[in-house]
Design a protein around this ligand. Structure first.
Ligand SMILES: NC(=O)CCC(=O)C(=O)O
Length: 260
Protein backbone atom coordinates (compact mmCIF):
# COMPACT_ATOMS: atom_id res chain seq x y z
CA UNK A 1 0.00 0.00 0.00
CA UNK A 2 1.10 3.54 -0.81
CA UNK A 3 0.01 6.84 0.72
CA UNK A 4 0.32 10.21 -0.94
CA UNK A 5 1.14 12.77 1.72
CA UNK A 6 0.65 16.53 1.65
CA UNK A 7 2.22 18.71 4.33
CA UNK A 8 0.80 22.18 4.90
CA UNK A 9 3.83 24.33 5.68
CA UNK A 10 2.02 27.55 6.63
CA UNK A 11 2.66 30.87 8.29
CA UNK A 12 0.63 31.40 11.47
CA UNK A 13 -0.99 34.69 12.47
CA UNK A 14 -0.03 35.33 16.11
CA UNK A 15 -3.04 34.80 18.38
CA UNK A 16 -5.61 35.00 15.57
CA UNK A 17 -7.46 31.68 15.22
CA UNK A 18 -10.03 32.91 12.68
CA UNK A 19 -7.29 34.19 10.33
CA UNK A 20 -5.48 30.86 10.68
CA UNK A 21 -8.57 28.73 9.97
CA UNK A 22 -9.05 30.70 6.75
CA UNK A 23 -5.36 30.45 5.73
CA UNK A 24 -5.26 26.72 6.48
CA UNK A 25 -8.47 26.07 4.53
CA UNK A 26 -7.12 27.91 1.47
CA UNK A 27 -3.89 25.90 1.51
CA UNK A 28 -5.77 22.65 2.09
CA UNK A 29 -8.02 23.40 -0.92
CA UNK A 30 -4.83 23.71 -3.02
CA UNK A 31 -3.27 20.61 -1.48
CA UNK A 32 -6.25 18.35 -2.21
CA UNK A 33 -5.82 18.98 -5.95
CA UNK A 34 -3.04 16.33 -5.85
CA UNK A 35 -5.47 13.86 -4.16
CA UNK A 36 -3.46 13.14 -1.00
CA UNK A 37 -4.36 10.25 1.28
CA UNK A 38 -3.06 12.09 4.35
CA UNK A 39 -2.78 15.82 5.08
CA UNK A 40 -0.60 17.13 7.89
CA UNK A 41 -0.62 20.52 9.66
CA UNK A 42 2.01 22.15 11.92
CA UNK A 43 2.11 22.76 15.69
CA UNK A 44 -0.24 25.29 17.38
CA UNK A 45 -1.47 26.36 13.96
CA UNK A 46 -4.60 28.14 15.21
CA UNK A 47 -2.92 30.43 17.77
CA UNK A 48 0.85 30.25 17.35
CA UNK A 49 2.86 30.74 20.56
CA UNK A 50 0.65 33.55 21.90
CA UNK A 51 0.91 31.81 25.27
CA UNK A 52 -0.10 34.73 27.51
CA UNK A 53 -3.49 34.93 25.74
CA UNK A 54 -4.23 31.20 25.64
CA UNK A 55 -6.88 31.41 28.39
CA UNK A 56 -8.82 33.62 25.99
CA UNK A 57 -8.03 32.06 22.58
CA UNK A 58 -7.46 28.31 23.22
CA UNK A 59 -10.11 26.03 21.70
CA UNK A 60 -12.40 24.69 24.46
CA UNK A 61 -12.25 20.89 24.33
CA UNK A 62 -10.88 21.35 20.75
CA UNK A 63 -14.51 21.48 19.55
CA UNK A 64 -14.15 24.18 16.88
CA UNK A 65 -11.00 22.64 15.38
CA UNK A 66 -12.35 19.09 15.41
CA UNK A 67 -15.46 20.22 13.56
CA UNK A 68 -13.33 22.23 11.07
CA UNK A 69 -11.11 19.19 10.42
CA UNK A 70 -14.05 16.76 10.20
CA UNK A 71 -15.68 18.89 7.53
CA UNK A 72 -12.47 18.88 5.43
CA UNK A 73 -11.81 15.17 5.96
CA UNK A 74 -15.31 14.23 4.78
CA UNK A 75 -15.42 16.70 1.88
CA UNK A 76 -12.10 15.52 0.43
CA UNK A 77 -12.05 11.94 1.75
CA UNK A 78 -8.63 12.56 3.29
CA UNK A 79 -7.04 11.47 6.58
CA UNK A 80 -5.87 14.39 8.70
CA UNK A 81 -3.03 14.67 11.16
CA UNK A 82 -4.49 17.97 12.23
CA UNK A 83 -1.29 19.45 13.58
CA UNK A 84 -1.63 20.62 17.15
CA UNK A 85 -3.73 23.29 18.79
CA UNK A 86 -4.01 24.87 22.22
CA UNK A 87 -6.86 22.92 23.82
CA UNK A 88 -8.56 24.29 26.93
CA UNK A 89 -9.89 21.61 29.29
CA UNK A 90 -11.06 21.60 32.91
CA UNK A 91 -7.53 20.45 33.89
CA UNK A 92 -5.69 23.22 32.05
CA UNK A 93 -4.45 23.96 28.56
CA UNK A 94 -2.72 21.31 26.47
CA UNK A 95 -0.76 21.37 23.19
CA UNK A 96 -2.92 18.74 21.48
CA UNK A 97 -2.53 16.93 18.15
CA UNK A 98 -5.81 15.81 16.52
CA UNK A 99 -6.24 12.82 14.18
CA UNK A 100 -9.35 12.56 12.01
CA UNK A 101 -9.86 9.77 9.46
CA UNK A 102 -11.10 10.14 5.88
CA UNK A 103 -14.69 9.43 6.97
CA UNK A 104 -14.51 12.46 9.24
CA UNK A 105 -14.28 10.32 12.38
CA UNK A 106 -12.28 11.60 15.34
CA UNK A 107 -9.60 8.95 15.92
CA UNK A 108 -7.18 10.22 18.54
CA UNK A 109 -5.82 13.20 20.39
CA UNK A 110 -2.24 13.34 21.62
CA UNK A 111 -1.06 15.94 24.13
CA UNK A 112 2.59 17.06 23.77
CA UNK A 113 4.50 15.01 26.33
CA UNK A 114 7.70 17.10 26.58
CA UNK A 115 7.10 20.80 27.19
CA UNK A 116 9.79 23.10 25.77
CA UNK A 117 11.07 25.39 28.52
CA UNK A 118 13.10 27.57 26.13
CA UNK A 119 9.76 28.78 24.69
CA UNK A 120 8.05 28.97 28.14
CA UNK A 121 5.58 26.17 27.48
CA UNK A 122 5.92 24.85 31.03
CA UNK A 123 4.48 28.12 32.44
CA UNK A 124 1.29 27.95 30.37
CA UNK A 125 0.65 24.34 29.32
CA UNK A 126 0.04 20.98 30.96
CA UNK A 127 2.20 18.03 29.83
CA UNK A 128 0.49 15.05 28.20
CA UNK A 129 0.43 11.61 29.77
CA UNK A 130 -0.68 9.38 26.89
CA UNK A 131 0.93 7.80 23.82
CA UNK A 132 0.60 9.03 20.24
CA UNK A 133 -0.38 5.74 18.55
CA UNK A 134 -3.23 5.71 16.03
CA UNK A 135 -4.38 3.85 12.94
CA UNK A 136 -5.38 5.01 9.46
CA UNK A 137 -6.28 2.29 6.90
CA UNK A 138 -5.09 -0.39 9.40
CA UNK A 139 -1.59 1.12 9.35
CA UNK A 140 -0.14 1.85 12.78
CA UNK A 141 1.24 5.39 13.00
CA UNK A 142 2.33 7.69 15.79
CA UNK A 143 2.13 11.44 16.31
CA UNK A 144 4.66 13.69 18.04
CA UNK A 145 4.98 17.40 18.64
CA UNK A 146 8.18 19.33 17.96
CA UNK A 147 10.48 19.08 21.03
CA UNK A 148 9.36 15.41 21.42
CA UNK A 149 11.85 14.49 18.64
CA UNK A 150 14.76 15.16 21.04
CA UNK A 151 13.61 12.14 23.07
CA UNK A 152 14.50 9.05 20.98
CA UNK A 153 13.21 6.73 23.69
CA UNK A 154 9.71 8.22 23.31
CA UNK A 155 9.58 7.57 19.56
CA UNK A 156 11.14 4.13 20.05
CA UNK A 157 8.40 3.27 22.56
CA UNK A 158 5.98 3.65 19.63
CA UNK A 159 7.97 1.75 16.98
CA UNK A 160 8.52 -1.22 19.30
CA UNK A 161 4.72 -1.42 19.34
CA UNK A 162 4.73 -1.50 15.52
CA UNK A 163 4.36 2.11 14.32
CA UNK A 164 5.52 2.45 10.70
CA UNK A 165 4.97 6.19 10.13
CA UNK A 166 6.01 8.88 12.60
CA UNK A 167 4.19 12.19 12.10
CA UNK A 168 5.70 15.32 13.62
CA UNK A 169 4.05 18.75 13.86
CA UNK A 170 6.36 21.60 14.79
CA UNK A 171 7.13 25.26 15.31
CA UNK A 172 10.90 24.86 15.11
CA UNK A 173 13.01 28.05 15.08
CA UNK A 174 15.53 28.74 12.33
CA UNK A 175 18.68 28.94 14.50
CA UNK A 176 18.33 25.21 15.21
CA UNK A 177 17.52 24.09 11.66
CA UNK A 178 20.57 21.78 11.66
CA UNK A 179 19.23 20.02 14.77
CA UNK A 180 15.78 19.66 13.17
CA UNK A 181 17.17 17.92 10.09
CA UNK A 182 19.69 15.74 11.96
CA UNK A 183 17.19 14.64 14.63
CA UNK A 184 14.49 13.75 12.09
CA UNK A 185 16.85 11.80 9.84
CA UNK A 186 18.20 9.94 12.88
CA UNK A 187 14.68 9.10 14.14
CA UNK A 188 13.88 7.64 10.69
CA UNK A 189 17.09 5.57 10.49
CA UNK A 190 17.04 4.21 14.04
CA UNK A 191 13.32 3.39 13.94
CA UNK A 192 13.34 2.20 10.31
CA UNK A 193 10.14 4.16 9.87
CA UNK A 194 8.83 6.92 7.63
CA UNK A 195 9.07 10.35 9.21
CA UNK A 196 6.65 13.03 8.02
CA UNK A 197 7.54 16.30 9.74
CA UNK A 198 5.72 19.58 9.19
CA UNK A 199 7.18 22.83 10.44
CA UNK A 200 5.68 26.30 10.23
CA UNK A 201 7.23 29.20 8.38
CA UNK A 202 7.26 32.95 9.11
CA UNK A 203 7.94 34.59 12.46
CA UNK A 204 6.30 35.68 15.71
CA UNK A 205 7.44 38.34 18.22
CA UNK A 206 10.06 35.93 19.65
CA UNK A 207 11.22 33.61 16.89
CA UNK A 208 11.83 33.17 13.18
CA UNK A 209 10.79 29.69 12.09
CA UNK A 210 12.71 27.35 9.83
CA UNK A 211 10.19 25.77 7.47
CA UNK A 212 12.06 22.83 5.88
CA UNK A 213 9.27 20.32 6.42
CA UNK A 214 10.59 16.87 5.57
CA UNK A 215 9.40 13.49 4.37
CA UNK A 216 12.05 10.84 5.08
CA UNK A 217 12.01 7.15 4.24
CA UNK A 218 12.90 4.26 6.61
CA UNK A 219 16.47 4.15 5.20
CA UNK A 220 16.94 7.81 6.17
CA UNK A 221 16.75 9.14 2.61
CA UNK A 222 14.96 12.44 2.18
CA UNK A 223 11.99 11.95 -0.16
CA UNK A 224 11.16 15.65 -0.24
CA UNK A 225 12.10 18.78 1.69
CA UNK A 226 10.41 22.19 1.73
CA UNK A 227 12.16 25.52 1.53
CA UNK A 228 11.70 28.36 4.01
CA UNK A 229 8.39 29.83 2.77
CA UNK A 230 4.75 28.83 2.60
CA UNK A 231 4.60 25.54 0.69
CA UNK A 232 2.65 22.35 0.21
CA UNK A 233 5.18 19.55 0.45
CA UNK A 234 4.19 16.24 -1.11
CA UNK A 235 5.67 12.76 -1.13
CA UNK A 236 4.67 9.11 -1.39
CA UNK A 237 5.00 6.51 1.32
CA UNK A 238 5.42 2.89 0.22
CA UNK A 239 4.80 0.59 3.17
CA UNK A 240 6.74 -2.31 1.61
CA UNK A 241 9.90 -0.21 2.15
CA UNK A 242 9.44 -0.40 5.94
CA UNK A 243 9.51 -4.18 5.81
CA UNK A 244 12.42 -4.27 3.34
CA UNK A 245 14.58 -2.10 5.61
CA UNK A 246 13.53 -3.94 8.79
CA UNK A 247 14.36 -7.30 7.16
CA UNK A 248 17.72 -6.10 5.81
CA UNK A 249 19.00 -4.86 9.19
CA UNK A 250 16.85 -6.50 11.88
CA UNK A 251 17.32 -3.79 14.49
CA UNK A 252 14.15 -4.63 16.38
CA UNK A 253 15.00 -8.34 16.67
CA UNK A 254 18.61 -7.51 17.66
CA UNK A 255 17.72 -5.18 20.55
CA UNK A 256 18.99 -6.21 24.02
CA UNK A 257 16.49 -4.35 26.21
CA UNK A 258 17.51 -6.43 29.24
CA UNK A 259 20.75 -4.40 29.30
CA UNK A 260 19.32 -0.96 28.67
N1 LIG B 1 8.04 24.13 19.70
C1 LIG B 1 9.03 23.38 20.13
O1 LIG B 1 8.85 22.40 20.82
C2 LIG B 1 10.40 23.82 19.69
C3 LIG B 1 11.48 22.80 19.99
C4 LIG B 1 12.82 23.32 19.62
O2 LIG B 1 12.95 24.39 19.06
C5 LIG B 1 14.01 22.54 19.94
O3 LIG B 1 15.12 23.03 19.66
O4 LIG B 1 13.88 21.43 20.50
Amino acid sequence: MNWNIACIQMDIAFGKPETNYTAAEQLIEQAVQSKPDVLVLPELWTTGYDLTRLEEIADVEAKETISFLQKIAKKHHVHLVGGSIAQKTKDGIYNTMLMINNKGEFIKDYDKLHLFQLMDEHHFLQPGERDGLFTFDDKLCAGFICYDIRFPEWLRAHTTKGAEVLFVSAEWPKPRLDHWRALLISRAIENQAYVVAVNRTGSDPNNVFAGHSLIIDPWGEIINEAGEGVEILTGTIDFTKVHEVRNKIPVFADRRPEFY
